[in-house]
Design a protein around this ligand. Structure first.
Ligand code: NCD
Length: 323
């Protein structure tokens, strides 16, 4: 495995599987009364967050602390970045202190890649603009495997604001690495332009018609029953104009409503409902669906700690991923 985790594409299938296996042991630590292992004692991890975060930042911090690393949180607002210091000067300053890893969230796509070229420490991408969020994809895969077992041949439908979603960009890589078929659904205004040319393969399809996909019609090679549905947040903070006429219309056409959930469960009682959070309840997902038995939203959060422990372990412990 490389020194950094910048994109889901950095990880081969073997490496993804090794991280998910390590995460299972880390999940056991999470269930103990005393949640502390010495693995990263003496290591220093900087969480450098230029965008807001609840789950990702706290789970990286908890993951580091449970592994006995020293973890320090720096936010854009509380650092000299707010005095106009450049990203390069900020990270080189902290790197000069001798830290071991940066966990970075930044509003610019590609920021983590740049930082990796400027510092000696490892860099982990915790979300860069609309580009990628590789640890989210790993925790989603972990959660899906807990419910579904092997993901080979499984059909995952990803729905919503694809244009602004780094979660979807990382997920289509990781899920397909693990053998899953992915269909992505969005209104035409939120479908990334040229997406059909991203992949000629028959494990990837796009659609504007949520009901047709959920009914199992699908398109291309990704037809057939639905094993999991991942709802994405409508990212209004990244939108400059109107991408859909009204919130009501979005929900009617693309929301996971009570009716859609009922017909999904009818067709497949074991269907898995995911959402990376934070949720806009009532917009992309209704409360019934968010809190349904099939929803794994909190399991995803829980997996986030175990998976991030596993990622830190593989990047920082010096032990290579077993082939
Ligand atoms: C996602 C993110 O920040 O990209 N959230 C997360 O990390 N759990 C998705 C989102 O903000 O909608």
């Amino acid at each position: 495995m490389t020194r950094h985790l910048l994109s889901s594409a950095d990880l081969s299938r073997q490496e993804v599987e090794a991280i998910l296996t390590t995460a299972e042991s880390m999940h056991d630590v999470q269930k103990r009364d005393v949640k502390k292992i010495p693995t990263l004692r003496g290591r220093t991890i900087i969480n450098l967050f230029f965008e807001d975060s609840t789950r990702t930042r706290s789970s990286f911090e908890i993951a580091g602390k449970w592994m006995s690393a020293d973890t320090i949180n720096i936010t854009g607002k509380g650092s000299s970045a707010s005095k106009g210091e450049s990203l390069r000067d900020t990270v080189r300053t902290i790197d000069a202190m001798g830290v071991d890893a940066f966990v970075i969230r930044h509003h610019a796509s590609g920021a983590c890649q740049q930082v990796a070229g400027w510092v000696d420490a490892s860099v982990i991408n915790a979300g860069d603009g609309t580009h990628e969020h590789p640890t989210q994809a790993l925790l989603d895969a972990y959660t899906l495997r807990q419910r579904l077992g092997d993901l080979d041949g499984r059909h995952v439908v990803i729905v919503g604001d694809l244009t602004h979603s780094r979660v979807f960009r990382s997920n289509i890589i990781t899920l397909r690495r693990l053998g899953a078929r992915v269909t992505v659904v969005a209104p035409p205004t939120l479908m990334p332009s040229g997406i059909d040319s991203w992949s000629e393969a028959d494990d990837f399809a796009t659609s504007y018609d949520l009901d047709a996909v959920l009914a199992g019609a699908g398109t291309g090679g990704a037809g057939g029953g639905v094993d999991a549905v991942m709802m994405l947040r409508v990212q209004r903070e990244r939108m400059s104009g109107g991408y859909f006429p009204t919130a009501r219309e979005y929900t009617v056409c693309y929301g996971l409503t009570r009716e859609r959930l009922a017909s999904l469960v009818d067709a497949n009682p074991d269907v898995v409902i995911l959402h990376p959070g934070p949720m806009n309840r009532g917009l992309e997902i209704t409360a019934d669906a968010a809190d349904a038995e099939q929803s794994v939203v909190l399991a995803q959060v829980s997996a986030g700690v175990a998976v991030r422990m596993a990622v830190l372990y593989h990047l920082l412990s010096g032990e290579d991923i077993a082939p």
